[in-house]
Design a protein around this ligand. Structure first.
Ligand SMILES: *[C@@H]1O[C@H](CO)[C@@H](O)[C@H](O)[C@H]1NC(C)=O
Ligand SMILES: *[C@@H]1O[C@H](CO)[C@@H](O)[C@H](O)[C@H]1NC(C)=O
Ligand SMILES: *[C@@H]1O[C@H](CO)[C@@H](O)[C@H](O)[C@H]1NC(C)=O
Ligand SMILES: *[C@@H]1O[C@H](CO)[C@@H](O)[C@H](O)[C@H]1NC(C)=O
Length: 332
């Protein structure tokens, strides 16, 4: 919800004014309290969630579930009531987005409670390179996201061993996997100094990976997500004990996925009618699979592309624009 109701920029907040937090939709009671304590963080949580959603829509652009739903109050909507693999991914990528945005906000001096990363100098950094550029504060981002994002799970009540507990444990595990992906992928970045770019001196710092890489990684985790169930003792256990126990970096799910083929107001699935598909692909984006065997319609569209590009000395490329009629297909 925070991603869809852009919070005003932090400088717009009036110190001590509380109404902002009570007006934000979708917060749990605990998150509302955290909002009051950390008002200036809210814009970045919203930004992070939005980054996560955009990444989700990119990663799933060619699949039946394309990471958007019928529901207009939240992007993910009711599809999230099912504890499916897709829900697992959505939780993980949103949590990851929050870590990413908050870590970066610290580095940019936007938050009063954190600053540049204080990560220790990596041991394998060459001795004559300087460690100390202002890095992304991924320690802070991780800790803050854990407190804020997990708050809503921690305040749910459930009976031990119940389905409700299974969902809470699933969500917590997937939130953690998302946060860890950002944390683990942060890496050393360096910049050269020295006379006329000789690079005799290097300054290095900790830098977040591009979010696309985090998304790719989480997509792999989605593909290998583990099917779990809640045990009577109140722990998640593998449905098939021959598989490997998931690590904290892995995604888990407790329900099978719906097929996402037809629009269904109850589940929040949009269905695939009207989706563009690829006639020649045998993959998930191919018309056969994407349209769930319902068939497809062909139409023609004009695409304008850059063409006849020529290199001019020195140094630019000039192109012409060419229009091309291409066949496209949409699911019935
Ligand atoms: C969602 O959109 C529908 C139709 O556009 C509208 O009737 C409904 O009130 C909206 N729901 C919310 C919660 O905004
Ligand atoms: C929507 O999904 C629910 C749950 O899977 C199912 O019971 C119902 O029949 C579906 N409705 C339609 C119109 O397909
Ligand atoms: C997802 O698919 C629906 C149609 O099923 C479409 O309306 C929507 O724009 C798509 N979303 C994205 C982000 O591509
Ligand atoms: C459609 O699928 C084929 C085969 O996988 C691929 O070569 C082609 O680039 C795809 N076309 C588009 C527009 O994605």
């Amino acid at each position: 919800s925070l991603a869809m109701n852009p919070v005003q920029r932090p400088e717009m907040f009036i110190i001590g004014a509380q109404p902002v937090c009570s007006q934000l939709p979708g917060l749990s009671p605990g998150q509302r309290k955290l909002c009051q304590l950390y008002q200036e963080h809210m814009a970045y949580i919203g930004e992070g969630a939005k980054t996560g959603i955009k990444e989700c829509q990119y990663q799933f652009r060619q699949r039946r579930w394309n990471c958007s739903t019928v529901d207009n109050t939240s992007v993910f909507g009711r599809v999230m009531q099912i504890g499916s693999r897709e829900t697992a991914f959505a939780y993980a990528v949103s949590a990851a987005g929050v870590v990413h945005a908050v870590s970066r906000a610290c580095r940019e001096g936007e938050l009063s409670t954190c600053g540049c990363s204080r990560a220790a100098r990596p041991r394998d950094l060459p001795r004559d390179w300087l460690w100390g550029g202002c890095g992304d504060n991924v320690d802070y981002g991780y800790r803050f996201a854990k407190e804020f994002v997990d708050a809503r799970e921690r305040e749910k009540s459930f009976a031990k061993g119940s389905e409700a507990q299974g969902r809470v444990l699933m969500n917590l595990q997937n939130n953690e996997a998302g946060r860890r992906a950002v944390y683990k992928m942060a890496d050393v970045a360096c910049k050269c100094h020295g006379v006329s770019g000789s690079c005799s001196l290097k300054t290095c710092w900790l830098q977040l990976a591009e979010f696309r890489k985090v998304g790719d990684q989480l997509k792999e985790k989605y593909d290998s997500a583990a099917a779990m169930r809640i045990s009577r003792r109140g722990k998640l256990e593998l449905v098939n004990s021959r598989f490997n126990q998931p690590t904290p970096e892995d995604l888990v799910y407790v329900d099978p996925s719906p097929d996402y083929c037809l629009r269904n107001e109850t589940t929040g699935s949009l269905g695939t009618q009207g989706r563009l598909c690829n006639k020649t692909s045998e993959g998930m984006d191919g018309c056969e699979l994407l349209c769930c065997g319902r068939g497809y319609d062909r139409f023609q569209s004009v695409q304008v592309e850059r063409c006849h590009c020529r290199f001019h000395w020195c140094c630019f490329v000039r192109c012409r624009k060419c229009a091309q009629v291409v066949d496209q297909h949409v699911c019935k």
